[in-house]
Structures are given as structure tokens and as C-alpha cells.
Design a protein around this ligand. Structure first.
Ligand SMILES: NC(=O)c1ccc[n+]([C@@H]2O[C@H](COP(=O)([O-])OP(=O)(O)OC[C@H]3O[C@@H](n4cnc5c(N)ncnc54)[C@H](OP(=O)(O)O)[C@@H]3O)[C@@H](O)[C@H]2O)c1
Length: 367
């Protein structure tokens, strides 16, 4: 363990600005504490959304910096247990979970089971349980070291794609026979389209001009439209809007175009927005309803169906990871970015909205 670790902090008022600072490693661990050494994590627009809603939803509170102007943008990734004073959490164990972009994270382990543990630190109560749980890879029968990169990239997103489609399917798609998906080039969007492959709904992609060839190449959408073609969207069937863009103006145009055909507006993402826009007095048609994967999982827990859900989900998820990186026809190429300077460049591009959807970015911290 080095004396001084480092961390990459984000300027809350301008998410493209980051700075590397020291992050003193603890000299001794207290009873129950575990020191996790992060080495591999994904970087997607989802991380920018965490930061954009850092104050509103509480994501800035999860990894405090002690400086109100600077925050730790949360990421999902893999770490080794570097030191442990928690029973059954062994040094060297591999874990997956929610981290700051930092060499190490000190957690207070609680709810320890064969499958993992949670961080009991009081500041983590700001967010749902799913963000505070660390999965022990050795106990995860779907874990595959060779699939760590796609797992880091898609695991936090595919759970949303999957539970959103479950929710819509359970609701009979609110009578819709067509689904219009915005920010169709996002991983969460095409994960949803993949889950809809065997449902009796047509899936139409909406995307920007730059990303259109990528979306067309995926082959998971029945048709692809540019944002400039909203006024030409077909409106002859009951339709549901699966909103990953979160853009108010785009939503207004879609609602006007679809008119009475629009049966439901499912708000999942905010790739093009950093404000809650559900309450728009000028919006015609159904009000957007925010979908949150964590709420869905809490409902499974309350109903006692969580284990059954995970059994089904984890094997479907693994098949999705394998499809995305299938060497014969990969959907994306995974690129590793080593060190905080390179990682800061990726964060800046994501914040600026200029990332290439064909690239899945992985941050790597080497020691
Ligand atoms: N509700 C939930 O529980 C939940 C869970 C997971 C993720 N999400 C949300 O889903 C969204 C997608 O995340 P992701 O990680 O899947 O995205 P991603 O793979 O990084 O995809 C990014 C895409 O978003 C659009 N975009 C990004 N930044 C933009 C900008 N500044 N201006 C305009 N367009 C921009 C572009 O797509 P187009 O050109 O196709 O528009 C871009 O290709 C995020 O907002 C994320 O927070 C929600």
C-alpha cells in the first residue's frame, strides 16, 4: 500500500473539468473496515448523469471530498480487497461495485454474506441499496474474468434496459404496438431494444446524424430516424416513448407528432439534459413517468421475487455481454484508457457529448 493514493475530482459547476489530487491511504483499518483498490471501471454518459443530478438525487454525497466545489463522479468497476478487518472478506478477493475514481476506497462492511457486503458509511444512505453493495466475484457464478470490461460497461446499464422492458411488458406495453427510443445509440437504449427482440412491438430508433450509421449497424431496431425527422414518425399505431435523451424540446415534438397514438412516456435517461423536465405545462399528451431500476429491484425484494429475478437476469445479461463483444461481429470495440490523465480526457468528451458510441471506454488504474 503506498502512502499517498490519488483520486480524480470533478468540478461540480463544470463537469468537463477534473483535477487529480492526493487521497491519503489509511494507515490502520478499524474493526469491520475494508480497503478496496479499484483498477478497472467503465465510463459512459450514465456517469455524467450521476454528476449532473449529483445534488438533486444525492450522488455527490456518496463519496465526500471535503470540498463543496469538487465532487467524486461515481463509476462502476472492479477492485481487489487490499486490506480487511471484516470477517469473511479476504484480502485479494475481487469485487464489483460503485466507486469514486480513486486508487482506493475505504468501506465499513456490513450485511456480509457469501455473495458480498454493503458499505455502512452513513453518507451512503443518500442513495438506494443497490449502489452500496459490493459483489464478491468468486461467489458470482456468471463472473468471467475475460468479460470484466463488458461487464463493467453494461452491468449498471443493462439492469435498467432489462427492468424497464420487464415493467413495460408487465403493463402490456400500455396497449402500444410501437416503441420510439431516443438517444438510440446509448448502451441503455440498445440494451432495451435487444430485450424487446421477441415482443410484438416495432422498435424505432431516434438518434443524431453523427451516430446514425452506428445505430443502423447494430441491427436491433426495426427502423432508424434522425432527430430532424420527428415530424415524419409514423403515427398510425398505438406508440410508447422510451426516453433516454430527456430533452424537453424533443419530447414536445414527439408528443405533438404522435398525438392520440402516444399511450405512455417512459422517462429513463437524460443524455441531453441536466434538469428534471417531467412537469412541462406546454406538453400535450401523457405526462412522462420516470423509471428507476433501483425501485424495480426494491419491489422484487418486497415481493420475495428478487432471487428468481436475478437467476433469469444474470444469464440473459451474460448472453448480452457475449453478443456485444462477439469477435465475429462486435457491436462496440472496447478501449482501455490508462491513468488519470487519459481518464480525464474521456470524462471531458462524455461531458461535451462528443464520444463515439462505437467505443466502450474503460478506465484502468495501474499500480
Ligand atoms: N433511470 C435509470 O435507472 C437509469 C439507469 C442507467 C442509465 N440511465 C440513463 O440512460 C442514459 C444513457 O446512458 P448510457 O451510459 O447508456 O449512454 P452512452 O452509452 O454513453 O450513450 C451516449 C449517447 O447519448 C447521447 N448524448 C450523450 N451526451 C450528449 C450530449 N451532450 N448532447 C447530445 N447527446 C448526447 C448520444 O446519443 P444520440 O446521438 O443517439 O442521442 C450518445 O451516443 C443516461 O442519461 C443514464 O443516466 C438511467
Amino acid at each position: 500500500m503506498s502512502d499517498v493514493d490519488h483520486r480524480l475530482m470533478t468540478l461540480k459547476s463544470s463537469l468537463r473539468e477534473t483535477r487529480v489530487g492526493p487521497d491519503p491511504a489509511p494507515s490502520d483499518l478499524a474493526e469491520g473496515e475494508v480497503l478496496l483498490a479499484l483498477d478497472r471501471f467503465s465510463l459512459t454518459t450514465n456517469n455524467i448523469t450521476y454528476a449532473a443530478y449529483g445534488d438533486a438525487i444525492g450522488y455527490w454525497k456518496v463519496f465526500p471530498t471535503g470540498d463543496p466545489a469538487w465532487g467524486m463522479m461515481p463509476v462502476w468497476g472492479f477492485a481487489d480487497v487490499a486490506a480487511s478487518r471484516a470477517e469473511s472478506v479476504e484480502v485479494g478477493a475481487r469485487v464489483f461495485g460503485y466507486f469514486p475514481m480513486a486508487d482506493t476506497l475505504l468501506v465499513q462492511a456490513e450485511k456480509i454474506s457469501r455473495g458480498g457486503f454493503a458499505d455502512a458509511s452513513p453518507w451512503r444512505k443518500a442513495v438506494p441499496d443497490i449502489y452500496n453493495r459490493y459483489v464478491l466475484c468468486a461467489a458470482d457464478r456468471n463472473y468471467d474474468k475475460a468479460l470484466e470490461n463488458p461487464e463493467a460497461l453494461f452491468r449498471p446499464l443493462f439492469i435498467t434496459s432489462y427492468t424497464a422492458v420487464d415493467f413495460l411488458r408487465d403493463a402490456g406495453f400500455f396497449g402500444a404496438k410501437r416503441v420510439v427510443v431516443s438517444s438510440a445509440s446509448s448502451k441503455t437504449a440498445y440494451g432495451s431494444a435487444h430485450c424487446l427482440a421477441n415482443d410484438d412491438v416495432e422498435v424505432i430508433a431516434l438518434t443524431g446524424a453523427r451516430n446514425r450509421p452506428f445505430v443502423e449497424g447494430l441491427g436491433v431496431y426495426d427502423a432508424v430516424h434522425g432527430y430532424e425527422q420527428v415530424e415524419a414518425l409514423p403515427n398510425d399505431r398505438p406508440t410508447l416513448y422510451l426516453d433516454l435523451a430527456g430533452d424537453r424540446e424533443l419530447r414536445r415534438r414527439i408528443h405533438v407528432r404522435l398525438g392520440d397514438a402516444l399511450r405512455y412516456d417512459c422517462l429513463v435517461g437524460s443524455t441531453q439534459s441536466d434538469a428534471f423536465t417531467e412537469n412541462d405545462p406546454e406538453l400535450v399528451g401523457p405526462k412522462p413517468v420516470f423509471f428507476f431500476a433501483a425501485t424495480c429491484l426494491d419491489q422484487h425484494r418486497e415481493r420475495g421475487t428478487l432471487h428468481a429475478f436475478y437467476d433469469r437476469f444474470l444469464s440473459d445479461q451474460k448472453a448480452f455481454f457475449e453478443r456485444v463483444v462477439d469477435p465475429a461481429s462486435p457491436w462496440i470495440r472496447i478501449v482501455e484508457h490508462h491513468g488519470f490523465a487519459a481518464i480525464a480526457d474521456v470524462v471531458r468528451d462524455l461531458a461535451d457529448g462528443v464520444s463515439d458510441p462505437a467505443e466502450g471506454a474503460i478506465g484502468v488504474i495501474s499500480r
